[in-house]
Design a protein around this ligand. Structure first.
Ligand SMILES: *[C@@H]1O[C@H](CO)[C@@H](O)[C@H](O)[C@H]1NC(C)=O
Ligand SMILES: *[C@@H]1O[C@H](CO)[C@@H](O)[C@H](O)[C@H]1NC(C)=O
Ligand SMILES: *[C@@H]1O[C@H](CO)[C@@H](O)[C@H](O)[C@H]1NC(C)=O
Ligand SMILES: *[C@@H]1O[C@H](CO)[C@@H](O)[C@H](O)[C@H]1NC(C)=O
Ligand SMILES: *[C@@H]1O[C@H](CO)[C@@H](O)[C@H](O)[C@H]1NC(C)=O
Ligand SMILES: *[C@@H]1O[C@H](CO)[C@@H](O)[C@H](O)[C@H]1NC(C)=O
Length: 402
């Protein structure tokens, strides 16, 4: 479990007490790097088809669920490009390589004269900032993109870096000596260079069936109707700080069965770089109390543990967003038992994916809808209209098979 969003970092360092979050370790080092670019995915054909269209149409690229806790996509840097598996992070905005496969400089790699340091909810990197050519897909190439070469880093086992698709303002304060400068993001440059017409990212994640499952897709420059059903429900970026700095939204309430978990409109963020679903500690207490025998494994994993006898009685966890219920059904709330070994958690114990944030509500940053929420819905990150959209998918509901 990890959180690449600096949001969680901010919540935790300003919270009056620390949490067990930081103690969670996942044994990722045994994994090799992935390279499933446009391979092995039901979405790959659609992605290939989209490359045949004219430029500035939205481009859909496969995304890989790697060891259940993160989504990566293959990004080329340099000319000829070297391909890196980068974590797709809507909770940060710098893009960098070098934490796994080292940065391979080519004639297009030009130092910017800046150093860069970014601290995340889990881990950090620091290094040298370059301008380089970035290939998101064949024929979909950004020139003069500012990227980091990570020289020092922590907590990037098994991946080569991050592609940051959060708001550009999050890049402020990351460079040295130009501490006030912003670093234009991949999406900023794609728009400026005419590769896309709309600054919109559409993301399709799904529950993984293997520890290396190319079952996701990211669309640059628009939405891809192949990946959702029905209508998209949009909600504006929240005006409540600190969520407003991110892909922050208000949910108007959340319920677990008949229990109210979030009683009033509350701001938080949608973050693909956070594995779990985190809710403020007072909200989490209500959820925990509603499941007989459930407890928080504070000392080891920081995860909720649910007794087998309580699973059949579990209820849907519903977040209400702009009047519509976005449900996490029982299966969506649980870590499948056959994944425990790869998560590095005790086998035979039923853990859940909703946990506590590490601070009580009322801080303007009271939840993170992470990867485990996003696996159930199609999510649209729309910079142009300052809004986030959610749609149901074919895998929004699932049968639980313990
Ligand atoms: C993931 O799968 C792809 C092909 O499906 C393979 O090339 C790659 O080595 C795999 N990566 C890991 C970490 O198993
Ligand atoms: C930038 O980082 C490099 C490599 O760590 C270091 O040698 C250099 O002193 C740094 N420059 C500044 C201005 O901090
Ligand atoms: C690259 O982009 C930077 C701003 O991000 C700009 O200052 C520089 O002139 C650009 N270089 C080229 C070759 O376009
Ligand atoms: C969802 O299901 C419908 C009906 O079975 C099918 O036509 C559509 O292709 C499916 N969508 C995806 C993304 O699998
Ligand atoms: C969003 O939630 C915050 C509390 O986190 C609240 O102060 C604010 O009024 C809410 N905004 C809307 C539009 O309901
Ligand atoms: C939660 O959502 C599910 C599925 O959409 C729905 O059947 C249920 O009535 C909702 N529960 C509440 C309390 O709104």
């Amino acid at each position: 479990m990890r959180s690449f969003s600096a949001f969680l970092f901010a919540v935790l360092i300003t919270a009056s007490r620390s949490t067990s979050w930081a103690s969670v370790t996942i044994p990722l080092t045994k994994l090799e790097h992935t390279g499933p670019y446009l391979q092995g995915s039901p979405h790959a054909d659609r992605a290939r088809a989209s490359f045949l269209k004219t430029t500035s149409d939205p481009k859909t690229i496969p995304a890989t669920n790697l060891v259940y806790i993160q989504y990566t996509t293959s990004v080329g840097v340099g000319s000829p490009p070297t391909y890196y598996n980068l974590v797709i992070d809507t909770g940060s905005s710098n893009t960098f390589v070098g934490t796994g496969k080292k940065y391979v400089r080519t004639s297009t790699s030009v130092p910017t004269g800046q150093n860069v340091t970014v601290t995340y909810g889990t881990g950090f990197f620091s290094g040298i900032e370059y301008y380089d050519t970035v290939t998101l897909a064949p024929g979909f190439v950004i020139t003069n993109q500012s990227i980091g070469d990570a020289l020092k880093f922590a907590s990037f086992d098994g991946v080569d870096g991050i592609i940051g698709v959060g708001p550009v303002d999050l890049t402020q304060g990351k460079l040295f000596p130009d501490t006030g400068a912003l670093t234009p993001t991949i999406m900023d440059n794609a728009l400026k260079q005419g590769l896309i017409k709309q600054q919109i990212v559409g993301i399709s994640f799904a529950p993984a069936t293997t520890s290396n499952d190319t079952n996701g897709a990211i669309t640059y420059g628009g939405i891809d109707p192949a990946f959702y059903t029905g209508d998209i429900t949009y909600t504006p970026i929240t005006k409540t700080s600190r969520s407003s700095l991110y892909w922050g939204i208000n949910v108007t309430e959340a319920t677990y069965g008949t229990h109210t978990v979030i009683p009033q409109s509350t701001a938080g963020i949608v973050d693909s770089g956070t594995t779990l679903v985190l809710i403020a500690d007072d909200f989490f207490s209500r959820y925990l109390e509603a499941i007989p025998g459930a407890y928080l494994d504070v000392d080891n994993t920081g995860l909720i543990v649910i007794p087998p006898s309580s699973i059949a009685g579990m209820q849907p966890f519903n977040f209400t967003i702009n009047g519509r219920a976005f449900t996490m059904d029982t299966a969506a709330q649980l870590i499948p038992l056959d994944e425990n070994a790869i998560w590095g958690i005790e086998t035979g114990v039923q853990y859940g994916v909703i946990t506590k944030l590490g601070a009580d509500s009322g801080r303007g940053s009271d939840f993170i809808l992470g990867q485990k929420f996003m696996e159930k819905y199609y999510v649209v990150f729309d910079t142009d209209q300052s809004r986030v959209g959610f749609a149901y998918t074919n895998h929004t509901f699932s049968a639980y098979l313990p």
